[in-house]
Design a protein around this ligand. Structure first.
Ligand SMILES: NC(=O)c1ccc[n+]([C@@H]2O[C@H](COP(=O)([O-])OP(=O)(O)OC[C@H]3O[C@@H](n4cnc5c(N)ncnc54)[C@H](O)[C@@H]3O)[C@@H](O)[C@H]2O)c1
Length: 394
């Protein structure tokens, strides 16, 4: 009798998750969360992909990722995770259980491009970042690497030369003294040159430069952005369609944001804040029309730590001109709201890449304040488009 042997399954190659700003609050929470899910010490509450019917032939699972990244900060992930636990973002009890994974991810973090200390040509910095990505891919035998930008927010694109064409950008970068791309645009340029699909979770210019999106198209890569929709804008894009559907006329929608944490200090700074209100106002205008007054105020309140407190006052008019209002408060931990979305986006964009999708992934607009490739801001419609897209790819 001949013995039956089952054919050996080829080992499934893993996917890289490369975080730009890998030692920040959002990135560290995402890395800790992924490790905790894999260790079975938590479930994936807050992750959208767990309730979508993802085909495992297309989309990677939690166990399929290897994490690396770049940052300009020297603080170790373990130390940053300890700080976040003390601030109430992470449960202290998971830290000893994920210590090995944190150390492995920490060892795979490379220095980012810091324009203050790196005075050389940006072409050299881009080449170094491309080499880092290629080494990460080879060392771990990865099928592909998804790059997610979660670095500190930069001033809006208006303050930087706007590269309309890739040719111009390539010429400028090749000149020895060129130092004109923001660090996020440089990192995204390098990622695309290394053949990686990209997610921009920040309001930085990163993916918004036409020359950068041209590069993505030229390389046949998918990308998604910009600026994670995690708190105030999430609520607004859920509630504003209700007023429109009920024929109620919104007269004004005023918002106040009280932010703690590094990102809060950064966004409350006048120069940096302009990007955030612009993205939020664009959403409200798209949902309610241009006549709604929508003042927005951002303050840095250090004692709030990692919390973000939001207050919105909506003044509206009903039948026979009756004036009414809606007020709501939101008190959340930004990093805990963002991190699961970063993990979701890594799975979804890796799947899109594997399925041969290219260009802006408009169906991922659900995750963003300023969705690339889409003018749809209504949360319910965005959720439906996401489910449909997942079904098509699966
Ligand atoms: N927290 C949220 O809910 C939320 C929502 C939407 C968007 N975002 C965006 O996500 C990003 C991260 O937020 P966070 O709270 O983690 O901020 P953070 O300040 O805690 O972390 C940012 C990290 O980026 C690093 N960094 C700065 N310059 C860099 C460079 N040139 N190269 C590589 N790394 C660099 C910093 O050292 C730091 O570790 C911000 O741009 C923020 O606006 C956050």
């Amino acid at each position: 009798m001949t013995r039956q042997t089952s054919p050996r399954q080829p080992r499934r190659r893993q996917i890289g998750l490369w975080l730009i700003g890998a030692r920040g609050s959002v990135a560290t929470t995402a890395i800790c969360g992924l490790a905790a899910i894999r260790a079975g010490v938590t479930d994936a509450t807050g992750c959208v992909t767990d309730s979508l019917d993802l085909s495992s032939a297309v989309f990677p699972g939690w166990g399929d990722f290897v994490v690396g990244g770049q940052d300009i900060a020297p603080t170790s992930l373990e130390k940053e995770a300890g700080r976040l636990a003390a601030a109430g973002v992470l449960p202290q009890s998971i830290l000893p259980l994920i210590a090995d994974e944190l150390r492995a991810a920490d060892a795979a973090i490379r220095p980012g491009y810091d324009p203050v200390t790196d005075r050389g040509p940006q072409a050299h910095a881009a080449a170094r970042q491309i080499a880092d990505l290629e080494r990460f891919k080879q060392a771990n035998d990865l099928a592909s690497v998804v790059v997610v930008n979660v670095a500190a927010a930069e001033p809006p694109a208006a303050d930087w030369p706007e590269y309309r064409e890739l040719d111009a950008l390539t010429r400028i970068l090749a000149s020895p003294a060129a130092r004109s791309l923001t660090p996020s645009s440089l990192a995204i340029y390098a990622a695309l040159q290394a053949g990686c699909p990209v997610v921009d979770f920040t309001p930085s210019p990163g993916l918004s430069l036409p020359a950068i999106t041209e590069l993505a198209q030229q390389r046949g890569l998918p990308y998604a952005g910009r600026d994670g929709k995690t708190g105030q804008t999430l609520l607004r894009t859920a509630l504003a369609p209700m007023f429109a559907a009920r024929g109620l006329r919104v007269l004004s929608w005023s918002g106040t944001n009280l932010l703690g944490g590094e990102d809060g200090a950064n966004l409350a700074d006048l120069g940096q804040a302009r990007g955030e209100p612009q993205a939020k106002a664009r959403g409200l205008t798209a949902l309610l029309g241009p006549d709604v007054t929508a003042p927005l105020h951002v303050d840095y309140v250090p004692d709030l730590g990692e919390r973000k407190v939001v207050w919105d006052y909506v003044s509206f008019e009903g039948f026979l001109g009756t004036r009414m209002s809606l007020q709501f408060n939101w008190d959340g931990y930004d990093a805990a709201l963002s991190a699961p979305l970063v993990l979701d986006l890594a799975r979804l964009v890796a799947g899109a890449h594997r399925a041969g999708e290219t260009g802006p992934l408009s169906e991922l607009g659900f995750f963003f304040k300023d969705p690339l490739g889409s003018t749809e801001h209504r949360l319910a419609e965005q959720a439906a488009a996401l489910s449909q897209w997942v079904r098509r790819l699966s």
